[in-house]
Design a protein around this ligand. Structure first.
Ligand code: NAP
Length: 358
């Protein structure tokens, strides 16, 4: 049996870090050998430092691991990063400069012109941008990012439509789960029985990331999709799963049957055998009151975007609802499938080889 690639998690104790640990247990290609977090946690056993918040037990081997300082010495060459943006901005480049592939969840570098912002089903070709990163040329290291947790579900639903009919305008209103704010996140007194119509920088991120993700690679840069877009972002009293109400204006007219066919036939990774990629990335639910976060967030093991309620829009052409799991498809799962894609393209092998020969 082929040995697994050693990976590390930066920010291992947080909401997204815990999802990495959960999703990577028994992963066929990757094995966690290094965990790092802040100075508050380093030197402690994982079970003593992390307040485990997930509904499956923390794997015993991980619980006993000692958390390392967030430094490059001794870190493996493949790093999943789940740090706040301010910390990521300073820390991720250090790991890339030290020859690591940094597969990041944070917003710090998503909009950097040389950093790919990738959903494998949507824009795998954008990975070409890593070849232009100085770290890549000097040490082999690089940074790849996955999108904001509300942009990802939206873009998965839009991509098959955009490919077939073109999209000129996007109007979206989100209802975002509290786990999207990390732990402990939004104070209970603010969110119970309430809706908070503001998430700092979220609307800007959704707009710019959506257009970059749906944009096209032109030489060494990305030309954003030339569509107009408006996002309204709200925090709601839901634990996991971001729900979004979407209206779109198309370039070419499409019937409901054609829209449903575009979603059903959207299987761009078929045959690539990436272990975490869902067989059906966009799942249509015909029931008139779905998707709902409690009932549908785990479709495709939390990696699918569920769509429903497709109907004509009085302002634009069509409107529908999309739901995706914010800490699986919107965070840790997104990074893992990015790393699987990088491995399948041979972009992790030289790093892992260099580490094993060091
Ligand atoms: N939650 C989501 O749905 C979601 C979705 C997409 C993207 N993201 C992004 O993913 C990132 C992590 O989010 P989260 O929700 O997991 O946050 P979180 O629960 O607050 O966790 C933050 C992690 O960063 C560590 N950390 C803090 N300061 C550090 C430092 N100076 N050096 C090293 N590690 C440090 C923390 O360690 P300690 O425990 O030691 O403090 C913890 O492990 C953020 O950029 C977020 O925007 C989150």
């Amino acid at each position: 049996m082929q040995t697994k690639h050693q990976i590390g998690i930066l920010g291992a104790t947080g909401m997204v870090g815990q999802r990495f640990i959960q999703l990577l247990e028994n992963h066929p290609w990757f094995e966690i050998t290094w965990l790092a977090a802040s100075d508050r946690s380093s030197g402690k056993r994982y079970e003593d430092a992390a307040k485990w918040r997930l509904d499956t037990p923390c794997p015993e081997r991980i619980a006993k691991m000692i958390i390392s300082p967030a430094e490059t010495d001794g870190a493996p060459k493949i790093i999943f990063a789940a740090l706040d943006a301010d910390i990521a901005r300073e820390m991720e480049p250090r790991f890339a400069a030290a020859g690591c592939a940094v597969v990041s969840n944070s917003s710090a570098f998503r909009m950097h012109p040389n950093v790919p912002l990738v959903i494998p089903e949507v824009n795998a070709d954008h990975l070409h941008l890593i070849e232009d990163q100085t770290w890549r040329r000097e040490s082999g290291g690089y940074i790849v990012t996955n999108p904001n947790c509300s942009a990802i579900g939206l873009v998965m639903a839009l991509k098959p439509i955009q490919e077939r009919f073109g999209i000129e305008q996007i109007f979206v209103t989100t209802m975002q789960a509290v786990s999207g704010a990390g732990y402990p996140g939004v104070p209970s007194m603010d969110i119970l029985g309430n809706v908070v119509p503001f998430i700092k920088n979220e609307e800007e991120k959704m707009q710019e990331e959506t257009l970059k993700l749906l944009g096209s690679l032109n030489g060494d840069s990305i030309v954003p999709l030339p569509a107009r877009m408006s996002a309204h972002c709200n925090r709601v009293a839901v634990e996991d799963g971001h729900t979004e109400s979407v209206s779109i204006k198309l370039t070419k007219p499409a019937t409901k049957e054609q829209m449903l066919a575009a979603w059903a036939e959207f299987k761009p990774l078929a045959g690539q055998d990436l272990p975490t990629a869902p067989a059906q990335p966009v799942e249509w639910i015909a029931a008139e009151d779905r998707p709902q976060p409690r009932l549908d967030k785990n479709r495709g093991k939390g990696m699918a975007a569920s769509v429903g309620r497709l109907r004509p829009c009085g302002l634009l052409d069509w409107k529908f609802t999309v739901l995706s799991h914010n800490t699986i498809r919107g965070a840790a799962g997104a990074a893992i499938v990015n790393a699987e894609l990088l491995l399948s393209l041979g972009k992790l092998e030289p790093l892992a080889l260099a580490a094993s020969q060091a």
